[in-house]
Design a protein around this ligand. Structure first.
Ligand code: SAM
Length: 250
């Protein structure tokens, strides 16, 4: 039966490729991959012979009709990205939306996702979190975005490239202040996996003192804002005053 499978693949360690992901990639008629060369290496490792075709941010909208035609012919398709869960800072959203609105099943095959791995081991609060993905590359836009997030009451999660991590850290420090806890989760599930959780100023000092750490792939997390700045949650003091006024019938 025609269906689109959204299949997560490893973010480093190949042992995180689930048996279900392998079975689905073997069984489907076609794999839509962010980068077919990269995908072929993965398929080779798991002895999967399914043909693949490219679907990346520059051709996603053109590919959709082609893939919808295949679904109409009863084919099964899998979507994979270069690493982790498709659609998470990766292409696929347009395809999934259109496949769903055309009435075909879209089936997730869950697996690795860098933000979830990072959060789960960071030591920062995990009850509420906000995933921003990549910040803008230009300084002014990046600082503006950080300012907009400054009083969110949720752990903030960012993806960042190694050549921008120091700049982003400096901007985060100036916007959030040096006291806020933060975490660098680097090269998750790979040989040089490193987690460092401390105050923003300590994280910055650590990264500057260890240039060998400014390599590879990064998730950057920042503790939630603790200050009571939101207008819709009055401070304890204000609440107490309000109660007194109400008691007095004022
Ligand atoms: N779809 C992927 C996922 O599920 O996490 C994310 C794709 S995004 C284009 C790539 C970014 O994810 C990297 O720049 C980095 O911020 C983060 N990332 C991916 N693999 C990672 C790893 N092994 N360790 C740390 N961060 C990683």
């Amino acid at each position: 039966e025609a269906a689109l499978y959204v299949v997560a693949t490893p973010i480093g360690n190949l042992e995180e490729m689930s048996p279900r992901a392998q079975a689905v990639l073997k069984e489907v008629d076609l794999i839509a991959a962010e980068d077919t060369r990269h995908c072929k290496q993965l398929l080779k490792h798991f002895s999967i012979q399914t043909p693949s075709l490219s679907l990346h941010e520059h051709n996603e909208s053109q590919r959709i009709d082609q893939l919808l035609n295949l679904l109409a012919a009863g084919k099964k398709i899998a979507l994979v990205s270069d690493a982790g869960t498709p659609l998470i800072s990766d292409p696929g959203y347009l395809l999934v939306r259109q496949v769903r609105s055309a009435g075909y099943p879209v089936i997730p095959v869950a697996g690795p996702c860098a933000l979830i791995s990072a959060l789960s081991a960071s030591g920062l609060a995990s009850d509420r979190f906000y995933f921003e993905g990549f910040l803008p590359a230009k300084t002014v836009a990046r600082q503006k975005r950080l300012q907009a997030l400054a009083d969110y009451k949720a752990t903030l999660i960012f993806y960042e490239a190694p050549h921008r991590i120091l700049e982003t850290l400096a901007d985060a420090l100036s916007v959030f202040g040096g006291e806020r806890q933060a975490c660098i989760a680097r090269e998750i599930s790979k040989t040089y996996e490193t987690f460092y959780t401390a105050s923003l100023s300590e994280v910055q000092a650590w990264l500057c003192a260890n240039p060998q750490q400014v390599r590879g792939e990064f998730v950057f997390l920042v503790e939630a804002c603790k200050a009571n700045t939101s207008a819709d949650t009055p401070s304890e003091e204000a609440q107490h005053l309000l109660e007194l006024l109400l008691q007095e019938g004022l």
